[in-house]
Design a protein around this ligand. Sequence first.
Ligand code: MN
Length: 427
Amino acid sequence: MRILADQVGEQNRRHEERHRGDFDFLASRLSADGHDVDALVSKIASLQIAVPSWALGAGGTRFARFPGGGEPRSLEEKILDVGLLHALNRSSGAISLHIPWDIPKNASETKALANELGLIFDAVNSNTFQDQPDQEFSYKYGSLAHTDKSVRKHAIDHNIEVIEYGKQLGSKALTVWLADGSCFPGQLNFAKAFQRTYASLQEIYSALPHDWKLFIEYKPYEPNFYSTVIQDWGTSFLLANKLGEKAFTLVDLGHHLPNTNIEQIVATLMMEGKLGGFHFNDSKYGDDDLTVGSIKPYQLFLIFSELVYGMENPAYSNPTPAWMIDASHNVKDPLEDLLQSVEAIKLAYAQALLVDRDELEAARENNDTVMAQEILQNAYRTDVRPLLAEARLRAGGAIDPVRAFRALGVRKQLISERGMKTVSTGL
Ligand SMILES: [Mn+2]
């Protein structure tokens, strides 16, 4: 199934009058406050957020799966699904693949399909947290950190193979997330596990093409519950610094202990030029992988406030991070859920763009705590939804993507094309 520009235009006609009124009101207020509204709209429009292949089916990587019908059965159908999102929101112009599930059978055809839909291939993801059928060496006790050299070599070779697939598709980064760790005190020698991981990553790093990046993800616990080898941003940062200039830390919002000050981590990493990638989701307790912005939208705004500061600071050399959603669950239509996540990310971005940096720095220099809070919350409490809708409209997308998705009967058509009992492949 494809969504055509005419269909989006027809949906937009229902909402256009109301949108025009909302946008004009907001634009006049923002202009009066000294903002360049066209510049804001084009910045918002240009933010593209990659969709991971595992978020296109219900359940994804989160325990049991309860598919809702019409799920993509192949890499091609996953690309088509992201194409549907991008046709509606014009902000999902990239897909992130998970190997071994998304191995392209014919890379040039796969690339051509993505290109036709306006999509590029974001970071490729390796998988060493579970064994594949008939796998010779088991990851039960770890992969890059394993005590057995043969297992480590198997995991290193897999990562190098993932780079090769990524090269065929035009990806420019490899994301490594390791489940390696221990479940019980005494099980693992922490220092040796770190050193083995570093040595394994060095081999993977040396297989990276010159224009590629390596993103090192961290996570404090799960599936190992006593220790994780790359448990926090400091460990990831240490590895990235030791590996070299192509290695970066990747922040996944759900990979922190409750109440961690993630915005401060972001600020530190950007100051050091080492924030490479970002995985968006939301959580109440742990790595819940819920829809972005569904639980703690103010935290998301504060994080974006630091991201915008880092991206726009001329003294910094941090590359633009690779943005990706990493969320998946069972109770929503996965495509509607992704539309909601993209909207939440862009709302936080737009609000962060409204923060008056000069005023904020002046308030900080004067220790004017009240005014610093006023400045941040004034931006956060601005209803920027019309800016997002205008950005989509100008880019050929839908004023209201979720309503358009429903009005166009997208899921119904996917079910009729693919069937009710489809389960998205892979994790
Ligand atoms: Mn992640």
